[in-house]
Design a protein around this ligand. Structure first.
Ligand code: C2O
Ligand code: CU
Ligand code: CU
Length: 418
């Protein structure tokens, strides 16, 4: 924290090398290290500044995925950071506690740079009593779990759609020593394109407590949680003294044709419980209602059709604004995957609520604030969102498929808030 009460972080994007224990020394990218970046953390109401230093020999940018902030601080393709340059966005945290993340977003190069290792978690805190009721001792019973599949060969991370081995927080075959009888896992799918269905190997129920934009209204018991690229979920896992149990990714049921060859089941993280465990606080039955966005207040509805590498027939054009929204208004967006392959849909600046999936009320795991939603082949989602606080007639925010090769290939559009 500097003299003005501002929380200041520095991120150096840099080349590195790491021995993952897979294929010798591998060339990588990282922030402040050889792979991934530090977990950044700030409180609601706090002023934040991040000094992003580009020590790569190519352009990059850093986008704050899930963060509500002005367009010129967003870190999308319109805020490139040249080699040797420093970019210092600043904003005030203005949203509930949540598990967000950061990653590069250079036009056409996002997949390559994320895949090489540029990504990190950005945790937001607030004074909601839920946050104290949940396990919250970072690194002890509150654990970041950044999941990425990789294809590592010949000293480099290959730029494939999927890989047949998993890294968690940059570690191959990881385990966690658990010392409490409940552990909170902050799951982030930071993969290029793979979709996971996370659960415990013995199928025991866990509680989903938060999704992309923060806590749910109540914990939701489930045995699987599906996450497509960019999505997050916080789960609370019950653990028994002395046991070993794996967090697993089961073959997700996705419909349509699959580009995922080879393995489709992975043990993600081995939980190794100590012989005696500290008792965690009981999970409240209820966290409190979430505010609603009333569909009757929506001033505009828009349709987005995702097909091939385009949205509504167009590929991304940095010089074209696809939608103009009005500050302070609520809109309903219907997003359709008309393809036989998977997509998802991510919107910058806002957190939205899912009104329906294929005409039906969303399942409990999609009942909270989201910024990214999975779209199985031939599916449609109706989303409601409000554009508040930040207007900029010049600089757009992005919406796009977060399967990174689709995003880079043009499945992205731009909107401004005026
Ligand atoms: Cu995770 Cu447009 O980004
Ligand atoms: Cu984003
Ligand atoms: Cu896609």
């Amino acid at each position: 924290v500097d003299g003005d009460g501002q929380r200041v972080f520095t991120l150096h994007a840099q080349p590195g090398q790491r021995d993952f224990g897979i294929d010798g020394t591998t060339r990588t990218f990282g922030f402040n290290g050889d792979y991934l970046g530090p977990t950044l953390r700030a409180r609601r109401g706090e002023r934040v500044r991040v000094d992003v230093v580009n020590n790569l020999d190519e352009d990059t940018s850093v986008h704050w995925h899930g963060m509500h902030l002005p367009a010129r601080m967003d870190g999308g393709p319109h805020q490139p950071v040249r080699p040797g340059a420093t970019w210092s966005p600043t904003w005030t945290v203005n949203q509930p506690a949540a598990t967000l993340w950061y990653h590069p977003h250079p036009h056409g190069r996002t997949r390559e740079q994320v895949n090489q290792g540029l990504a990190g978690m950005f945790i937001l805190d607030d004074d909601d009593p839920t946050q104290r009721a949940l396990p919250h001792d970072y690194g002890v019973d509150d654990i970041p779990v950044i999941v990425q599949d990789k294809d590592i060969h010949g000293g480099r991370i290959r730029n494939q759609k999927t890989g047949n081995l998993l890294l968690v927080n940059g570690t191959y075959a990881p385990y966690l020593t658990v010392v409490t009888d409940r552990v909170r896992l902050r799951l982030l799918n930071a993969s290029v394109s793979r979709v996971y269905a996370f659960g415990l190997a013995d199928q025991r129920p866990v509680h989903l407590v938060a999704t992309d934009g923060g806590r749910l209204a109540a914990p939701v018991p489930l045995s699987r949680i599906r996450l497509s690229p960019g999505e997050r979920a916080e789960i609370v896992v019950p653990v028994h003294a002395g046991e070993r149990v794996a967090l697993r990714s089961f073959p997700p049921e996705l419909g349509g044709k699959s580009f995922e060859t080879g393995r489709d089941q992975f043990d993600v993280l081995d939980l190794r419980a100590a012989a005696t465990l500290r008792r965690s606080a009981n999970l409240p039955a209820d966290f409190g209602e979430l505010p609603r966005l009333d569909p009757a207040t929506a001033v505009t509805t828009r349709d987005f059709r995702l097909t091939g590498t385009n949205i509504n027939g167009d590929e991304m054009d940095m010089d074209r604004i696809d939608a103009v929204t009005t500050l302070g208004t609520t809109e309903i967006w219907t997003v359709r995957n008309t393809d036989g392959q998977r997509h998802n849909f991510h919107v910058h600046d806002v957190q939205f609520r899912v009104l329906s999936i294929d005409g039906a009320a969303p399942p409990a795991e999609l009942s909270g604030w989201k910024d990214t939603v999975f779209l199985p082949p031939k599916s449609a989602a109706r989303l409601i969102m409000k554009f508040a606080d930040y207007a900029d007639p010049e600089l757009p925010y992005m919406y796009h498929c977060h399967l990174l090769m689709h995003e880079d290939d043009g499945m992205m559009g731009q909107f401004v808030v005026v």
